[in-house]
Design a protein around this ligand. Structure first.
Ligand SMILES: [Zn+2]
Length: 485
């Protein structure tokens, strides 16, 4: 215990200086592992550009030389919320400003924005608010798309991106065909502050870089607490409570995590973005082991389009950031194995220059919001028409699969699809509804040469238009059919 006593004394004697962000360039993988093992708080990293931003004590930033010969101490405003902002978030939106914004938006555009509601509470009992947007016109079934922010409480840039997008949708509904189409054909759900306890602490009083929630003893990293592959390994996710990436005592242990999970399960979204900062990335699953999901081709195509104008780096966590992370929200949201259908979930790390970089720079913040707005619009326009797994647009199927018409069509009791195959193989048959949900799946049907009939029962399906997809060794074919009752 002697060490503990000494440590406490050292902390008490330490002058009140904030840590500084140090950008270390050309960090070799071993040096990176050493940085993490030494307990440094890694703010962001870019494996593609080759830098890592780390918090280091003000008077010991030269420690960075241990890890690389090239580093720079970033300007102070990149590391902390400035005292000049009087205990508020500067150009960002504080807790109070969030409450005011969403309430006003709902009052001003009552036809498009529902009154904010609480979907759960934090460790300290604060409400986690949700706002739904949709117009009163359009089809009776509208697919859901979600946006969350401030899972990590020191990342207000994502919150600003949500506020900007909600404001854009409401303000432009009557003048912009895309805003009108989105609200007429989808339901957009916003959870602007997932981690309200720590965000309040970060904004009041001035200065705060708390990442984790307020769970005992020293907070849990909510983005390592989700049950899917929780604690898979200790890479980017720590079993140690003092770590900034502490994953919690058990999978899904935190009330904030549970709130988001219950919420996602209740809306069955087709797509969505968990917003973080910073680095300028669009990340797709799987983060826990850097492997491709079955929807990799679709993810790659979407990511290419979504980052066309903002130049964000896209890929999986490991390839873009340089480390894997288990128990994160996007892996769980994409595919939890239950609770909700597969969902095209993404993580955005918006901005490129720090957690609070734009606090005194409203035009810089506006530019960052615009970078995100295009991605948000694109996702909302495309996701509702997404017809599912392995939709390999732009790639050449390695095995040619062709499909005849679904007969009978319209179908009432039984439909079968004719599949002609060049050689034998195991095929997967899926039926998706127009929102891209899998409503029927037969994972492995052995097809022999000349035996090319695949039968799909449709007796459980209600009236509607469906998409049938057949895949074999990376090749894909499909067709649409109608069920009439
Ligand atoms: Zn984050």
């Amino acid at each position: 215990m002697k060490f503990g006593v000494l440590l406490l004394a050292a902390v008490a004697a330490m002058p009140v200086t904030a840590d500084r962000l140090v950008r270390i360039h050309d960090v070799e993988p071993l040096a990176y592992q050493l940085l993490v093992a030494d307990g440094y708080d890694v703010a962001s990293s870019n494996a593609i550009k080759g830098w890592v931003d780390v918090y280091m004590p003000d008077d010991a930033t030269d420690m960075a030389a241990i890890y690389s010969g090239r580093y720079e101490v970033l300007p102070r405003e990149w590391g902390e919320l400035l005292a000049e902002n009087g205990g508020n978030a500067g150009a960002y939106y504080s807790t109070e400003e969030n409450s005011a914004f969403w309430a006003t938006l709902a009052e001003t555009h009552a036809d498009l924005v529902d009154t904010p509601v609480s979907i759960g509470t934090s460790v300290q009992g604060r409400d986690i608010m949700m706002i739904r947007m949709s117009s009163g016109t359009g089809p009776s079934f509208k697919p859901a798309i979600f946006f969350t922010a401030l899972t990590h409480a020191r990342e207000p840039g994502g919150n600003a991106a949500l506020i900007d997008f909600a404001d854009w949708l409401a303000t432009n509904y009557n003048s912009d065909t895309m805003a009108a189409w989105i609200l007429d054909n989808t339901q957009i759900y916003f959870v602007p502050i997932v981690n309200p306890d720590s965000y309040l602490l970060n904004c009041n009083p001035a200065g705060g870089n708390i990442r984790k929630n307020q769970g005992s003893p020293s907070g849990v990293d909510l983005n390592r607490n989700y049950p899917y592959q929780w604690g898979y390994d200790d890479q980017g996710s720590s079993p140690s409570p003092s770590s900034e990436t502490y994953r919690g005592p058990s999978a899904g242990s935190e009330p904030e995590t549970q709130t988001v999970m219950t919420f996602i399960d209740s809306i069955d979204p087709v797509a969505g973005i968990h917003y973080h900062t910073y680095g300028g990335y669009l990340l797709r699953p799987y983060a826990y082991n850097n492997s491709d999901t079955p929807d990799e081709a679709t993810y790659a195509a979407w990511s290419y389009e979504m980052t066309r104008y903002n130049g964000y780096s896209s890929g999986q966590c490991g390839e873009v950031l340089g480390y894997n992370a288990n128990g994160d929200a996007v892996d769980w949201t994409y595919w939890s194995g239950g609770g909700h259908p597969r969902c095209m979930a993404l993580t955005v790390e918006c901005g490129e220059s720090g957690f609070w970089a734009n606090q005194n720079n409203p035009s810089g913040l506006a530019a960052m919001e615009e970078e995100c707005r295009y991605m948000n619009i694109w996702l909302c326009m495309v996701a509702p028409g997404f017809v599912g797994i392995g939709d390999a647009s732009g790639t050449v199927p390695p095995v040619a699969v062709s499909a005849g018409p679904v007969t009978p069509n319209p179908a009432s009791v039984q439909a079968s699809m004719t599949v002609s195959m060049p050689h034998e193989g195991v095929v997967t048959v899926r039926v998706l509804d127009l929102a891209g949900r899998i409503v029927f799946e037969q994972p492995s049907v052995s097809v022999r040469e000349g035996d090319n009939m695949v039968s799909v029962p449709v007796d459980g399906l209600p009236t509607g238009v469906y998409s049938l997809r057949v895949t074999c060794a990376g090749g894909e074919a499909g067709g649409r059919f109608t069920v009439v009752r």
